[in-house]
Ligand binder design. Structure first.
Ligand code: PFF
Length: 454
């Protein structure tokens, strides 16, 4: 009975595309280039690839599996599994922590997505085509300085997401994203080709992949881990919800591999497009969260039909951001629906705190850009945005991932996990299970301890 009424994706391709659509978002394009740029490039990318392979991918699979086994919102799913396993530890705690953090993530996500929409609007009215570097820089400065405008677009983005989550349009959008995601990919490829011809490709490539003296510190590893978790949506229950919709005929390991590959490709392609453009324009990689907005318009300025292309690009990026934002709303909405709320009421109830908190990020890019609220605790130089961004990415997501690894490795019976995963190869299962049980928890705990007491 219950199984019938629970939504599920029947086709394997449908599941993979929709989940990849939820994972691919601003993280792959905006965060990836901004965080890689701020951490010196090449060496950091190598660390990113290492943590993606050994830590993030196994946890992605673990989170999907917990969703498939629990078939409910993350807190309910984990409580159910806890009862079945007869454990006294409240497994739902990390899920609740995840739900709270989705509101904080949405708060900055909306500001960046809003800016993407604002830039799209600018392009719609003929912006970017034929512009010079100064005009591009001025737009960035004036946008960030106009806090009302920035708050307006952030609010609009959140309202649009809420509307989609609260009504049935969602499946339509997800269907659309099956076309728009490949389109975004093609657009990034085109940008990368343009950047290779017109930008400073050699320097951009070397920046991304060239090996230079990197500091292999725990803090840098934690930063790369946070970025990998963020781009894959791991640690807050977003992926768990998608796992709960997953049809039993879909192979979980192969879905994981496909989604991780697509997610990584988008990030690498974004890097290959954006860094050559940035260096070609004589800009610096360490500019921070404005990096995409400084680099990408350089290409549209130089291309014939630049305004139209810019409009398409920002539109595609908006859709990618929307499908990711939906996956940030869903775990909490699902939990509230279990309490008898309507989807619409549940979604709007998240709008209020997310929008309220988004003002802090808006101000961090505007008049509070040198206000460091926790400077008295030694966290000098970090704005509200930096604190929310780093707090969620580098602390909450890794802790969520750690909890999921511990639940699979220590909480559940190995045989049950083995059966639910339906992985063909015994050897691969043993490696994955061993990683979750020993290596990943030790690695994450080690990184935290070493970051706090270097
Ligand atoms: N993975 C998304 C991106 O790369 O933009 C961000 C995200 C979505 C993080 C959903 C966490 C989440 F639950």
């Amino acid at each position: 009975m219950e199984k019938k009424s629970y939504p599920s994706f029947s086709s394997r391709l449908g599941f993979i595309m929709v989940t990849a659509g939820a994972a691919v978002g601003l993280g792959n394009i905006w965060s990836f280039t901004y965080v890689v740029g701020s951490n010196g490039g090449g060496g950091f990318v190598l660390i990113y690839l290492l943590v993606l392979l050994f830590l993030a991918t196994p946890i992605f699979m673990a989170e999907l599996l917990l969703g498939r086994m629990g078939k409910a919102s993350p807190p309910e799913a984990l409580s159910k599994l806890q009862k079945q396993a007869g454990s006294k530890i409240p497994w739902a705690v990390p899920a609740w922590m995840g739900l709270i953090s989705t509101i904080f993530i949405l708060s900055f996500y909306a500001v960046i997505a809003g800016k993407v929409m604002g830039y799209g609007f600018e392009a719609l009215f003929g912006g970017f085509g034929g512009w010079n570097g100064e005009q591009i820089a001025d737009l960035n400065t004036s946008y960030n300085g106009n806090e009302l405008l920035s708050a307006f677009w952030a609010g609009l983005f959140l309202a649009l997401s809420v509307w989609i989550v609260g009504t049935g349009v969602r499946s339509g959008l997800e269907r659309a994203s099956k076309i728009m995601m490949p389109a975004l990919f093609a657009m990034l490829l085109g940008l990368a080709i343009f950047a290779a011809i017109e930008g400073d490709f050699a320097r951009g490539f070397d920046f991304l992949f060239g090996f230079r003296n990197v500091e292999f510190s725990a803090a840098i590893f934690l930063e790369a881990l946070g970025l990998a978790f963020f781009t894959l949506s791991i640690g807050v229950g977003g992926i768990m919800v998608y796992g709960s919709y997953m049809g039993d005929d879909v192979s979980l390991p192969s879905a994981t591999v496909w989604i991780v590959i697509m997610d990584l490709l988008v990030a690498i392609l974004a890097g290959l497009a954006i860094f050559p453009l940035l260096f070609g324009a004589g800009l610096d990689a360490g500019v921070g969260p404005n990096l995409v907005f400084a680099a990408v318009p350089q290409a549209f300025a130089a291309l014939p039909g630049g305004s139209v292309l810019a409009f398409i690009f920002f539109l595609l990026l908006t859709v990618a951001a929307l499908t990711s934002a939906i996956s940030l709303f869903t775990p909490t909405v699902q939990r509230l629906v279990e309490n008898g709320w309507s989807r619409r009421k549940a979604a709007w109830s998240m709008f209020v705190p997310a929008f309220g908190l988004s003002i802090l990020t808006t101000l961090s890019f505007g008049s509070w850009n040198d206000f460091y609220p926790l400077a008295f605790l030694g966290l000098d130089g970090l704005t509200f945005f930096d604190l929310i961004y780093k707090g969620t990415n580098n602390i909450v997501l890794p802790l969520g991932g750690l909890a999921f690894a511990l639940i699979i490795g220590w909480g559940l019976q190995r045989d049950k996990v083995r059966a639910a995963l339906s992985m063909k190869s015994d050897a691969l299962f043993t490696i994955w299970y061993g990683l979750l049980k020993y290596i990943i928890p030790l690695a994450i705990i080690f990184l935290f301890v070493k970051t706090i007491w270097p």
